[in-house]
Design a protein around this ligand. Structure first.
Ligand SMILES: [Zn+2]
Ligand SMILES: [Zn+2]
Length: 288
């Protein structure tokens, strides 16, 4: 396989496909407000939980990227399918970009560090540079485990298809209000929630652990993203299935992993030991 070197922090060129899609989605998200019904709002809330909570939190992030627990293959596939309906790209794209972020956090080569600008880290990074959402050839080397699986290669190539199918189903059942809320407004809200993890939690909040990056812990981002806001904890212990480290650090994804474990749907769940936590914590450093 030929390999091309890509600068993931590049500002060269603009992806018109991504820019047009995001523009249309933002406009229709505003239009959705004029088609508000209680049913449509409920559909959006349930889909936000399924697509961001299960798809991104339980799937792309803690399972596909960091392998912080194991689950039956069919569940893995289901979570990946849910995640594609967030318009954040296919599993190989997402996993590769996120692994690159952890390798180079807030240093040269990080695709989305606020050191390159707040808006860059939030959303601009998604529209500049080469269009790679469906590209398995370039990104595959960062996710060789997923590349071995035909399902993930096909899903990455055709990542937008499940969302189109969902839109048609919602339109058929609930008409325009369901389509506008369940797809457009819900996707835009979900995108900003996930993007806040790249922008806000590398800018504002408290640091418990001494990490080489600027990662922070943020309650409000955690509440919007089912627990992904405990980002300093996460950068210190990337393979941990648990991001909220105390009972006060609400982490709905961790609660769901515990529930899955109880149901026999999750095993080999990774959590740091007490000494691993103590070794990296800032309190330990200042006491020393
Ligand atoms: Zn980060
Ligand atoms: Zn991560």
């Amino acid at each position: 396989m030929q390999t091309r070197e890509i600068d993931f922090a590049s500002r060269e060129g603009i992806s018109w496909t991504t820019t047009s899609a995001f523009t249309v989605f933002h406009v229709l998200a505003i239009v959705a407000l004029f088609y508000t019904t209680w049913q449509a709002v409920a559909v959006a809330v349930v889909l936000h939980w399924i697509c961001i909570g299960w798809g991104i939190g339980l799937g792309y992030h803690r399972l596909h990227t960091h392998r912080s627990y194991k689950t039956p293959k069919i569940v893995e596939y289901f979570f990946a399918l849910c995640a594609t309906m967030t318009l954040q790209g296919g599993p190989i794209f997402w996993t590769a970009m996120h692994r690159i972020h952890h390798q180079h956090s807030d240093r040269d080569g990080d695709p989305h560090t606020p050191r390159d600008g707040k808006w860059w880290s939030h959303m601009l990074w998604t529209i500049f540079g080469e269009e790679l959402h469906g590209d398995t050839e370039v990104l595959g080397k960062y996710a060789p485990d997923l590349m071995k699986d035909r399902f993930y290669r096909v899903l990455t190539r055709w990542h937008w298809v499940p969302l189109v199918a969902l839109g048609l189903i919602l339109l058929a059942i609930g008409g325009l209000p369901w389509l506008l809320w369940g797809v457009f407004l819900r996707v835009v809200f979900g995108l900003h929630c996930t993007w806040l993890v790249n922008s806000a939690t590398h800018l504002w909040g408290k640091r418990r652990f001494d990490t080489r990056d600027d990662s922070r812990n943020s309650l409000w981002v955690a509440l919007l993203t089912f627990g992904e806001g405990w980002h300093n904890n996460h950068h210190a212990h990337p393979t941990s299935a648990r991001h909220g480290m105390t009972w006060r650090e609400i982490d709905l994804t961790w609660m769901q992993i515990r529930l899955m474990k109880r149901l026999g749907l999750a095993w080999d769940v990774q959590v740091p030991t007490a000494s691993q936590i103590a070794n990296k914590s800032l309190a330990a450093e200042s006491a020393a």
